[in-house]
Design a protein around this ligand. Structure first.
Ligand code: AHM
Ligand code: MG
Length: 314
């Protein structure tokens, strides 16, 4: 009957708040309220499409020369449509588009990876969308510290949204009535032995990354790696511990993951949960965006784990 069932670990009073009720309760202004509402609606539509849409190739390439799937293109189109109807969004930049696009005189810019890890849909693993919201007329020159809000949508057995508006992190779960209900309004990342080591092929070239990986294994860390950055980082947030890494190496000195579309928004969420993220030397949120396709190595998770990465990779 469209009622969200309380989950066992929740305060039932908190659980029943919808996404919109939560935003009102924390006092977001009308503009941000509308923008986050558009991204929530896009998340719903993308989730529905993932279940049934064509999983094949679109026959096109994105700006990185990577083959696009139908679902990449469709997800991008859905986000463009939802943001296009929102008068406050003036600028869009997508991992699937060659340039940022001005869509109106709205003051806000939304940058996004419409479907991160989309090749995992084929094998029925979780994937996600990542959004960063800035007040800007161009994404060139921004830093993660300029971000106003960040959101990660996870499409797994359940569809969830992890959100920060710069004052802590909340998670929402899509319920029977189709709406998103608050699951946890105070996500915190502390310490604990869990690792998600991306790009392990770098160990063939880098002794320091090999030594770091050996440390995690020797110390009996639990391996929790799916190959999708959004679910992997989201798992650290929800389990409240751990580290995700994706280093660069000879063949790709800055690794694979994009600063603007992937690393900065997830770093904003992680920091707001009490965690940290670095490229090995510099805090990810302090890195200036010089080009839309800029990549960066990333080590993201609990503070102690991120510090350890910096020590090993110094
Ligand atoms: P994508 O944006 O093309 O989907 O690539 C990003 C994904 C991340 O979700 C994941 O952490 C990484 O690629 C895995 O990369 P690799 O295939 O090098 O292991
Ligand atoms: Mg991606």
């Amino acid at each position: 009957m469209g009622i969200c069932k309380p989950y066992f670990r929740l305060n039932p009073l908190v659980c029943m708040k919808t996404f919109c009720e939560y935003l009102k309760s924390v006092g977001v202004d009308d503009e941000l309220f509308a923008i986050l509402g558009s991204l929530k609606d896009a998340t719903k539509r993308i989730a529905d499409h993932i279940v049934t849409a064509d999983r094949g190739k679109a026959g096109s390439m994105n700006i990185f020369g990577e083959e696009q799937l139908e679902l990449d293109v469709l997800s991008d189109k859905i986000i463009q449509e939802e943001c296009g109807e929102n008068p406050y969004v003036g600028l869009l930049a997508s991992e699937e588009l060659p340039d940022e696009i001005k869509i109106s005189d709205g003051e806000y810019g939304v940058c996004y990876d419409p479907l991160d890890g989309s090749s995992l849909v084929d094998v029925n693993l979780a994937v996600g969308s990542i959004f960063g919201i800035y007040k800007t007329g161009s994404f060139i020159g921004v830093k993660g510290t300029d971000m106003i809000a960040a959101m990660a949508s996870v499409y797994g057995p359940r569809t969830t949204i992890t959100l920060t508006i710069g004052d802590g992190v909340a998670e929402f779960v899509r319920c029977e009535d189709g709406d998103f209900k608050l699951q946890n309004d105070s996500i915190k990342v502390g310490e604990g032995k869990m690792f998600a080591p991306g790009n392990l092929r770098a160990c063939a070239y880098r002794d320091d990354y090999m030594k770091l990986t050996e440390y995690w294994i020797r110390e009996e860390y639990v391996l929790r790696y799916s190959g999708g950055m959004v679910p992997d980082v989201n798992q650290i947030l929800l389990k409240g511990k751990g580290i995700f890494s994706y280093p660069g190496y000879e063949k790709a000195p800055d690794g694979k993951l994009r600063l603007l579309f992937e690393c900065a928004p997830l770093s904003f969420i992680m920091e707001q949960a009490g965690g940290a993220s670095t490229d090995g030397k510099v805090r990810i949120l302090e890195k200036e965006v010089e080009s839309l396709d800029q990549r960066t190595p990333i080590y993201i998770g609990s503070k102690e784990e991120v510090n350890r990465c910096e020590e090993y990779l110094a």
